[in-house]
Design a protein around this ligand. Sequence first.
Ligand code: SAH
Length: 209
Amino acid sequence: MEEFATLRERMVEEQIIARGVKDKKVIEVMKKVPRHLFVPEEYREYSYDDEPLPIGEGQTISQPYIVAYMTEVLELKEDDKVLEIGTGSGYQTAILAEIVKEVYTVEIIESLSKKAQKVLKELGYKNIHFKIGDGTYGWKEYSPYNAILVTAAPSKIPESLQNQLDDGGRMIIPVGSFFQELVLVVRQKNKFKKKKLIPVRFVPLVSTH
Ligand code: SAH
């Protein structure tokens, strides 16, 4: 739809490029992926606004800028295999699937995963692998990953998640309870370098263990 394409273009200019996102590929895919298809109908008109939106089950689709920012700091390459924790609406999943070779995504709420699977299949993505379950401990079967992106916040970084990073791999994760920060973890052999980036507000990472 013409109108949504115009809103999307403006979203990228005003919210993403204006705030300093530079990665050409990230900018290109943010202009391409139809975010409104991942937003429930009643909020569709707000799809390209500068805010997170409810997606049901008390969960939210992240603010566009945060999606672009988290994707950029991972410095993704075409051949990468990426793990995402918190499929939610599937929007961030689509952004990743546009950039890298394979995306593995874990969601704890079945109804959300099912909805995301439907939208992503209709859009034709064939490089996304879905799992319903607790992503706190990653998805060991397909590890190691070149990058891990976590879209729900634990109070501290789960060790088993960072251990599924490949040597040289990067993970972006919100950490904290009320006050949260995005933390970038870079693995070098068996060392994990951590860098605090920006303050954020994500839903909590639910743990079943
Ligand atoms: N990337 C999503 C963000 C959704 S919000 C989007 O932009 O739409 C975070 C998601 O993490 C929610 O759907 C929530 O159900 C899920 N989540 C919370 N704890 C989880 C866990 N332990 N394992 C997997 N998913 C989890």
